[in-house]
Design a protein around this ligand. Structure first.
Ligand code: ADP
Length: 201
């Protein structure tokens, strides 16, 4: 643990940044099985928000694992540390005033609860709810095929559990809706809760 480290307050406050941006910062935490549509929907939402003039940033699972978390694997301890680091980074972006999207499987309830605790009231859990059979049929990265062949250890849904959210702020049933409709449901929520303002459509 760090010692002799003092927190510095910055001269441009969090409130100053919010006033400057014209919308509230938020953390959209997408969770769901591999292939459920997290990246696809998060990108569609990001594009919509961007076009509305919102300041946004997307943290994508695979991209973060190429850099910040390239020392981490997929065992339970590494998955926990993966989520902890991502949450701390997302929190910095939220503090900077952005609407941040994170697209990680984040299979464990306890980790998402920890993320919620660290990020605070701006945490919005988005459950990308797609049945395993459909994810496996989509298999956009060919990972299910490899997992079924025993080539990938600890694969969520196959050889590692996925604990579905019990009361997510947003519940997207992608088997019954288009990507566009899912993105609409997310931006509607942000509008309804006052993160983005009425005029924004
Ligand atoms: P994840 O990020 O959860 O691993 P991806 O977004 O990479 O998932 O892949 C989901 C795949 O499913 C994409 O190829 C996407 O085009 C496809 N797809 C089909 N229908 C939908 C839908 N209704 N919502 C989201 N994705 C969908």
């Amino acid at each position: 643990m760090s010692t002799n480290i003092v927190w510095h307050n910055t001269s441009v406050s969090h409130e100053d940044r919010i006033a400057h941006k014209g919308h509230q910062p938020a953390l959209l935490w997408y969770t769901g099985l591999s292939g459920s549509g997290k990246s696809t929907i998060a990108n569609a939402v990001d594009r919509k928000l961007f076009e509305l003039g919102c300041h946004t940033y997307l943290l994508d699972g695979d991209n973060v694992r190429h850099g910040l978390n390239n020392d981490l694997g997929f065992g339970d301890d590494d998955r926990v540390e993966n989520i902890r680091r991502i949450t701390e980074v997302a929190k910095l972006f939220v503090d900077a005033g952005l609407i941040v999207g994170t697209a990680f499987i984040s299979p464990f309830r306890a980790d998402r609860a920890q993320a919620r605790k660290i990020a605070g009231e701006r945490f919005i859990e988005v459950f990308v709810d797609t049945p395993l059979a459909i994810c496996e049929q989509r298999d956009p990265k060919g990972l299910y095929e490899k997992a079924r062949a025993g080539e990938i250890a600890n694969f969520t849904g196959i050889s590692s559990p996925y604990e579905a959210p019990e009361s997510p702020e947003i519940h997207l049933r992608t088997a019954e809706m288009s990507v566009e409709a899912a993105a609409e449901q997310v931006t509607d929520y942000l509008r309804r809760k006052g993160f983005i303002f009425e005029g924004a459509e």
